[in-house]
Design a protein around this ligand. Sequence first.
Ligand SMILES: *Cc1c(COP(=O)(O)O)cnc(C)c1O
Length: 364
Amino acid sequence: MKFNKKLENINTYEAGKPIELVVRNFGISPKDIVKLASNENPYGCSPKVQNAVAKMVPNMALYPDDSMLKLKNALIKKYAIGDENLIIGSGSDQVIEFIIHAKADETSKILMNSVTFAMYEIYARHVGAEIIRTASQEHNLDEFYELYKKENPDIIFLCTPNNPTGDAIDVREMTAFLEKIDDDTLVVIDCAYMEYGAYKDARKKVVPGELLKKFENVVYLGTFSKAYGLGGMRVGYGISRQNIIEELYKLRPPFNITTLSLEAASVALEDEEFVNNCIALNFEEMKRYEEFANEKKIVIINSYTNFVTLCLNSTQKSTELSDALLRKGMIVRDLSGYGMNAIRVTVGTKEQNSRFFELASVLL
Ligand SMILES: *Cc1c(COP(=O)(O)O)cnc(C)c1O
């Protein structure tokens, strides 16, 4: 059977391995498995969210509120933006899909960092767009600008803080960069980890309302999957000018967010204290990873997120290390697929991190 030619060379997205798979493959009991592979909030979500969602369970027979009024109002208030500036997706992943499908086709070019979130490339391939990458591992905006001038891309992706390296762009530098970009080029600023980045360093804090005022070609992306602890609920959003949001809406399937997810995300925004406590704990625990890396003489990238990237010495192979950890029930992310001899480890709870140090100590 013939299929869409554009799909021929797409490698499917490799998600962090689920706990169930490790149970099945290695016969390890679920209670002995620690998953530090997908940058979920190890403390979960606010208890208020759990209560609110439980109350919505009897409503499951009905379709969700497709206007998403409650969640939209909460986000509009949080960011001081208008209703016409917002679109909600089933994860910010879905908004990335809308953006690429709305703006690009097989004649388009999409510029992104050498090492960055894998889904940009996968969606770019859906439409047959050409992918252009910088050479630097961390976002180097001079290099982005050089490539912008040379290639004239239709879309530029900036991911700050970046996944899977954890580095973040200085907002003043980013603003200066955006000022030099033509309005016909759409710039997507993926801020999946912005809650962490903004907490660590105010100079990294991207404010979507300010971008909106200044620039007519920028989309800000946020998600509830990371700091808000709602990865299982699949809610993300895009913020941009009205004409861009209207284009994205043309691609949105009806009822793309479930009733329970809408409720969870709305209530999560009412308990910022919970999220802030989690973020504070994250950076406390991250210090232990920095000490560990120092002790083991391996490079750790300065992280503005809830994960750390450990760059191994040439004598060690990240694939072997992550496999050895997996056999012990410790799930981390091997970054060899990104061309790095490194592993990415989500900063977990105190106990989870201690377990990582215990297992990794023997192997490193
Ligand atoms: C996790 C992540 C997302 C998307 O998460 P969703 O669960 O789809 O909202 C987007 N960008 C980056 C960089 C991420 O790490």
